[in-house]
Design a protein around this ligand. Structure first.
Ligand code: MIG
Length: 768
């Protein structure tokens, strides 16, 4: 038997003297950093700032292993380096697997494997490619569910599947067979025998998760290179795991309120001012609330980023954008990373002159092809390049755009993949594409955020396709190129919920589907299913059938309108949830298991989701279906449409004709009920309404100016509303924002109570 290694302790870091040193750092009682230096320089992109808090812990020698114990976790480490983690009550959370991997025999020999791979197929089951790689293998209990990993297109419980972390733009329809998409968010959440934990692997190199596919007895993480660098996350519930994970990697900041409104997009609109104008006119004519129109690549001059084709915009882009803004519609243009290779184009010229683009190993500019043809790629890992990009954003903010949509930043390339050895910077140190690929979109979004913030002083609205863990601090995300197929309206539920479990709270899919032709029924079910996705945008590819709400006539138009109007009623609720999310990291749109991980039924639900704690959504995601089974979790529930009451912990059959989204509110809930508006105004609301579901309720409501950062200096209002036995009490718990509501209405079952603000006493008094 080998002896235990010696160890040294420095502050909250304990270094064990193995052949390769292993460091355990206690960041908090629930977060332990596991690190082994394998020679990779550089700092984390996901984590910013020092997350270590003074925390008590002990290290004890137990003879055949050490125990490192905090108030929440115990790490056992034996002489062979096996690392096991228990919670404070001694329940195993993470147990190193003591055996060897048993590779799946797919009956393919080496010769055939090469042939199959040459044809473009991959034989799955990634193993470590060379001695720069490593793997971490953990035992699986028979009762263990695995969640997280970001945008992977599968079901909520990812046990039994394998995934890759390598940001990829793959044009085929995303199905559960895909191991990777645009984002790499290597955070895994587990429930082992009902006990929650998390593992965050902070290594940007290409990595792989096999979550019990190869064997029912273990799951593993492997990376092709980089340091062994991961975090063990503990907590009493999955919620606590998400809160701890977002403490570490950051939270979605409070968005501008209008970003929660409906947004209309289509690749092609922006090719002419007339076309965008028509879209705005149709929205208005058809009484469809909308807050933004997105401008895809067509507005640029020959796909040159930070240019605008004036000829396509007779009024001039600035005038036109201002004109739309006056009608309540904001403009979000797209920006790709690829900069057209053109010596007469200032962005390219400046980039070349300053060495801002990535280079081939021989030191020459690296060129690949994207929309503008030959293009150079900004070296976003470098601070100077991010500053330059942020400055370029001024071209767009000067024209009055309201946000920026970042695409193609995996980075995608048309002329073959960018080779691994292309020189990208890791901050100011030369590194490789292999290392910087997965953080490319992250760094681009970060630069865009910085530019918008500096130039607008508002909360930046960035939408990015590619991301890494932690990108949520800078940007919202959408799930890229889905298609107008039923499996994709089904997918949006587990995929957006999974992003939420992975730290990304502001998420959405292309409503109606991006590729392929939608049908009226599919479009209708999509606007229903996606009703509470924070990013609420209909977008489609050029060349597909149009899918604006009016193109199919009735009844599609009326149903679509009904749901847009309903969405606007819920905007104050979503905004409140975001205000809370900034403190907790809990996403507004969430899987049932997040609200109650102790109900085994909640652990496998892929066709329902919750909005906050009290709203349950059970969309129809099958063609032709007009009734569906709905699992009601704990508590009592009220059918939103007819007030019928149901006990929880049961399955009911809900009627769901095409025009109906099955929607339930927990009994005895108060919800804010936004005004019926066509656009979200930057002017303060003078009135707010709350609706009671049931007999009594309590609600805390947040209000601020909805646009800038003044709330951080205390310019916000908090309202505490209590309805009990027909008595309504509203208390202004925090008054930092001058424009407190003049009137508050509370809609009870049989009457509406109106309260008015008394400035002298800062109280709300019922009007009789
Ligand atoms: O190669 O800009 O995912 O939303 O409309 C396609 C055109 C590039 C991909 C994005 C999509 C966008 C499209 N883009």
């Amino acid at each position: 038997m080998t002896n235990l290694p010696t160890y040294t302790q420095s502050g909250q870091t304990v270094t064990f003297d193995f052949a390769t040193n292993l460091q355990l750092t206690v960041l908090t009682a629930s977060i332990i950093h596991v690190f082994s230096d394998r020679g990779e320089p550089g700092a984390s992109y996901a984590i910013e700032g020092d997350k270590q808090q003074p925390t008590a812990f002990t290290v004890t020698n137990q003879g055949d292993h050490y125990d490192l114990t905090t108030a929440a976790l115990t790490v056992h480490l034996d002489a062979a380096g096996h690392l096991d983690v228990d919670d404070a009550a001694g329940h195993p959370l993470i147990t190193a697997y003591r055996g060897d991997r048993q590779l799946i025999d797919k009956g393919v020999d080496k010769v055939h494997q090469r042939l199959v791979e040459a044809e473009g197929h991959s034989i799955s089951g990634a193993t470590v490619e060379d001695d720069r790689g490593y793997q971490v293998i953990e035992a699986l209990a028979s009762d263990e569910q695995l969640y997280g990993l970001g945008d992977k297109p599968g079901y909520l419980n990812k046990r039994g599947y394998e995934y890759d972390n390598w940001n990829s733009d793959i044009p085929d329809a995303h199905l559960e067979t895909f191991t990777k998409l645009y984002k790499s968010i290597p955070v895994l959440l587990g429930l082992k025998n009902g006990h929650p934990y998390g593992l965050f692997f902070d290594n940007p190199y290409r990595s792989h998760f096999d979550l019990g596919k190869e064997s029912a007895h273990y799951y593993f993480y492997s990376a092709v290179a980089g340091n062994l660098d991961y975090y063990v996350l503990g907590g009493a519930s999955l919620k606590a795991i998400v809160t701890n994970y977002t403490y570490l990697t950051g939270r979605t900041p409070l968005p501008q309120k209008w970003t929660l409104g409906y947004q209309q997009s289509r690749w092609g609109y922006s090719a002419s001012q007339r076309e965008v104008q028509e879209v705005a006119d149709e929205l208005e004519k058809n009484d469809l609330p909308c807050d933004a129109i997105h401008f895809d690549v067509d507005y640029m001059r020959g796909y040159r980023v930070f240019t605008w084709d004036q000829q396509k915009y007779p009024s001039g882009p600035g005038q036109f954008i201002a004109q739309l803004k006056r009608r309540g519609i904001r403009v979000i243009p797209i920006i790709d990373p690829g900069v057209k290779q053109d010596p007469n184009y200032a962005v390219y010229e400046t980039g070349v002159k300053n060495g801002y683009f990535v280079k081939s190993p021989d030191g020459k500019l690296y060129i690949n092809q994207v929309w503008p043809g030959n293009a150079a790629f900004p070296d976003f890992g470098r601070p100077a390049v991010r500053d330059w990009w942020a400055h370029n954003v001024k071209f767009l903010t000067d024209l009055g755009v309201a946000g920026i949509w970042n695409d193609m930043n995996e980075p995608a390339s048309f002329k073959g993949p960018i080779p691994d050895d292309v020189v990208f910077s890791d901050q100011d140190r030369p590194a490789t594409h292999q290392k910087m690929h997965n953080v490319y979109g992250h760094n681009m979004a970060r630069a865009t955020y910085a530019g918008l913030k500096a130039q607008q002083g508002k909360r930046p609205f960035v939408i990015t396709r590619a991301a890494y863990a932690g990108t949520q601090k800078y940007s919202t995300v959408w799930t890229g190129d889905n298609q107008s197929i039923w499996p994709h309206v089904q997918l949006l539920i587990p995929q957006l919920c999974t992003l939420g479990l992975s730290g990304f709270s502001f998420v959405g899919t292309d409503i109606g589907g991006f590729g392929a032709d939608t049908t009226p029924e599919l479009l209708t079910r999509w606007i229903e299913a996606g009703l509470f996705s924070p990013l609420f945008r209909n977008h489609a590819a050029m060349g597909t059938r149009h899918q604006e709400p009016w193109v199919f006539g009735e009844p599609t138009l009326s149903i679509y309108r009904k749901y847009l109007k309903l969405r606007y009623r819920f905007v104050p609720y979503l905004y409140d949830l975001f205000a809370q999310e900034t403190q907790t990291g809990l996403p507004p749109m969430r899987p049932l298991v997040l609200n109650d991980d102790q109900d085994p039924r909640n652990r496998e639900i892929n066709d329902e989701y919750m909005v906050g704690e009290t709203v349950l959504v059970a969309p129809v995601v099958q063609q032709g279906q007009t009734k569906r089974l709905v699992y009601l979790p704990r508590g009592e529930w009220i059918d939103f449409w007819n007030n019928r009451e149901y006990a929880g912990h049961q399955d009911i059959v809900a009627d769901a004709p095409l025009a109906k989204l099955p929607l339930f509110v927990q009994k005895n809930t108060l919800l804010p009920w936004g005004p019926a508006v066509s656009h979200i105004s930057d002017q303060p609301d003078t009135t707010m309404t709350f609706r009671l579901f049931g007999d009594h309720g309590i609600y805390d409501h947040y209000q601020d100016n909805g646009t800038d950062f003044k709330y951080q200096a205390g310019e916000w209002n908090g309202y505490h509303i209590v309805v009990d036995h027909d008595q309504v009490i509203v208390t202004l718990t925090h008054h930092g924002y001058a424009a407190a509501y003049a009137t508050i209405r509370v809609a009870l079952a049989d009457r509406v109570v109106t309260l008015t603000y008394q400035p002298a006493t800062q109280t709300y008094v019922e009007q009789v």
